[in-house]
Design a protein around this ligand. Structure first.
Ligand SMILES: [Zn+2]
Length: 462
């Protein structure tokens, strides 16, 4: 399916953001890595991208449907914190993790609690159009008024549909599948607002309809989320937005499959999953996790295991080391538009963001780095730095940092070169050990000594 944005040259993207009541596990972070690669790819291809992500800090009920309590309320009581303070804390932690993974900040990061008036206005529109009705305990969407409700996105996922069928009968609803747009406040609710239907709080689904249309318009290009959002969340968004506007809501939906740990799916509600901090405590660089996720299509998801992470780390170390070494002798050449390797890379990302194929093109660029020809090495560097705008591995920044030497380190290297030149190998070995203590690994090659900065996760071993 060819991609045609609403406005030529521009793309609006909405990513369903986190409910900030706990740490995000790596399965959640994977969805934001996918969104980041999509945004970077479109920018690489020349589009002007407006990326919007919400922060759900109210209204996400435990059961994802209409039963149970608000996740924010439950966590606020658990941690004895004000819900907004709790949301602030977990939002900050989420952004720390994102930055470790080199995930770019969206242009707009929008909080549900700051958009309640827009949600109320949208609910009023739905009532006017006959798609919603006020009841004793809130306002509900009447699914019978929206033909095709629940079938627009996920015909191939019957298990999700079945989950939606297990709804407790609520006598206030016209139809058991009707979902809440607004819930009347219960005694003791920590978050509540005035509305035409009394004090209460918004449903989770209405947040994303209201905020996406506020920033991107009533019809926009790309809406993404994990496969767990297909139903009910995104089906409800379609019913709400198209019910209110009478226009198509989203041109392209993108859903990543789960990150699977030992083949079991990682869903947030089940609890007890790995966090980015676990990956770091095992001695891996967060960017090795990023590289691991680039190895398969978002449509297939990722199998997460220690061995896979270790080979991603080895690949990242190899790339960094080769790039760092090539950089000591060669400046990067600008990536030529007609370069055959670059062309394969562009074809790969333009083909539904096929990062696995793009990595294969990158390996051909890496192979150039060890060429005896300076021009090949310069081409390899230029290609890799260019591709890394999409991969987001920070290669150029890392090597720039790794090739900047303190004067005293430079002096030790010069002294060691001089010692070797006069055949004083005892002194040269001494200096090699001193350099290692300072975090530099020295190798002797035919063209003289080469050095690299030892990555932080390897310092203990060396
Ligand atoms: Zn959403």
């Amino acid at each position: 399916m060819p991609f045609e944005p609403l406005v030529p040259g521009q793309v609006g993207i909405y990513n369903c953001g986190p409910t900030v009541y706990d740490w995000q596990h790596i399965g959640n972070l994977y969805a934001y890595l996918v969104a980041d690669v999509v945004r970077r790819s479109l920018e690489y291809l020349g589009y002007r991208v407006t990326q919007v992500m919400n922060i759900t800090d109210v209204g996400h009920i435990v059961g994802d449907l209409d039963e149970g309590d608000d996740k924010m309320e439950v966590a606020a009581r658990r941690e004895r914190k004000d819900p907004l303070a709790l949301a602030q804390m977990y939002t900050e932690r989420f952004f720390v993790d994102r930055r470790k993974l080199n995930i770019l900040d969206p242009l707009f990061v929008v909080k549900a609690t700051e958009h309640v008036p827009q949600m109320i206005a949208l609910i009023e529109r739905l009532i006017e159009k006959g798609h919603a009705y006020a009841a004793a305990d809130g306002v509900y969407y009447d699914v019978a008024t929206f033909p095709g409700y629940g079938t627009r996105l996920n015909a191939e996922l019957p298990e999700e549909r079945m989950a939606g069928a297990r709804v407790e009968v609520n006598p206030n609803k016209r139809h058991p599948q009707d979902f809440a747009l607004w819930r009347a406040a219960k005694p003791g609710d920590l978050q509540q607002w005035d509305s035409p239907w009394g004090r209460g709080n918004p449903g989770w689904h209405i947040e994303c309809s209201a905020m996406s249309m506020e920033y991107l318009g009533e019809t926009f290009d790309i809406h993404s989320g994990g496969q767990d959002h297909l139903f009910p969340h995104h089906e409800c968004e379609i019913a709400q937005s198209e019910g209110a506007t009478g226009k198509p809501f989203v041109r392209y939906w993108m859903h990543n499959r789960f990150l699977r740990v030992d083949s079991a799916k990682m869903a947030k509600s089940a609890g007890g999953f790995y966090q980015l901090g676990d990956i770091e405590s095992w001695g891996f660089d967060p960017l090795a996790f990023r590289l691991l996720t680039l190895g398969t299509s978002y449509r297939k998801g990722v199998d997460f295991a220690r061995e896979g992470l270790a080979s991603a780390q080895a690949r990242l170390d190899r790339w960094r080391s080769l790039v760092g070494e090539a950089r000591q002798t060669t400046a990067a050449a600008a990536a030529g538009q007609e370069d055959a390797i670059r062309r394969r890379f562009v074809e790969a990302i333009a083909d539904d963001f096929n990062t696995a194929k793009a990595l294969a093109a990158a390996e051909d660029a890496v192979a150039l780095l060890t060429s005896p020809e300076g021009a090949d090495r310069a081409r390899g560097l230029g290609l890799l730095f260019d591709m890394d705008r999409v991969f987001g591995l920070g290669l150029e920044a890392w090597t720039a940092q790794a090739t900047a030497l303190d004067d005293d380190v430079r002096a030790l290297l010069d002294e060691r070169a001089a010692a070797r030149a006069r055949g004083d190998y005892a002194r040269s070995d001494q200096l090699r050990d001193e350099l290692r203590r300072r975090g530099y690994l020295v190798k002797d090659t035919k063209e003289g000594q080469r050095w690299e900065r030892i990555p932080p996760h390897k310092k203990e071993e060396s």
